[in-house]
Design a protein around this ligand. Structure first.
Ligand SMILES: [Fe+2]
Length: 208
């Protein structure tokens, strides 16, 4: 049976396995796949500014769209809980990085190896205080460092049950404050230089 592909932010048509995984996530939790597609559009904008080659951009598109696929392991009440997580709940939620990585590794151990690694590392931080492994700096896959920036950008730009979207000035200040702490410094500079393009790419994906 042919599984229909989905269009991802006008970047490319994803392959069947990615489409199937993305569709499973969409059926389970439309908000999480919508977030993934917005992150995908932002990293696509950054990858153009970085002149990344086509193969790298294809890997990046898949990894960014599916970076939170491990949340399939949780109910939507828990994913979008309007309360602050307890320490135990936070640890449980943090497992989505490794769960997602395992899922993609099973999908195709060869082609998906790099995608699975990016998904595994998308919550690592430049200063080594992230998870799941607390690795630091260039020890983190460079595309995971890129997804991390787009992930936080989309989160801060999105409305939450407990807060309004942050304005541009506050978001810029947040990235400058976390430059060389949470995020790779050179990528923060690139992101801030490309802010208008990133915001526009994200906006064009809203409602996907
Ligand atoms: Fe995540």
């Amino acid at each position: 049976m042919q599984i229909p592909s989905i269009r991802m932010s006008g970047i490319e048509t994803v392959d069947d396995r990615c489409a199937m995984i993305a569709e499973a996530l969409r059926l389970h939790d439309p908000e999480t796949i919508a977030h993934g597609l917005r992150v995908c559009s932002v990293v696509s904008s950054l990858s153009r500014a970085m002149n990344l080659d086509d193969t790298t951009r294809r890997i990046l598109a898949k990894a960014s769209a599916l970076h939170d696929v491990g949340k399939l392991a949780f109910g939507t009440d828990f994913i979008h809980a309007p309360w602050s997580y307890t320490p135990e709940e936070r640890i449980r939620m943090q497992s989505h990085a490794s769960v997602g990585s395992q899922l993609l590794d099973i999908a195709d151990p060869d082609e998906f190896r790099e995608i699975a690694l990016i998904v595994f590392q998308h919550h690592e931080r430049w200063d080594g205080t992230g998870y799941p492994r607390a690795i630091r700096g260039e020890g983190i896959h460079r595309l995971a460092r890129l997804v991390s920036i787009a992930d936080v950008f989309d989160a801060l730009t999105s409305k939450r049950a407990y807060r309004q979207p942050w304005p541009e000035e506050r978001i810029r200040a947040h990235f400058l404050e976390n430059r060389a702490r949470q995020f790779e410094p050179d990528l923060v500079d690139l992101f801030l230089e490309s802010y208008a393009e990133c915001a526009s790419a994200r906006e064009s994906t809203t409602g996907v």
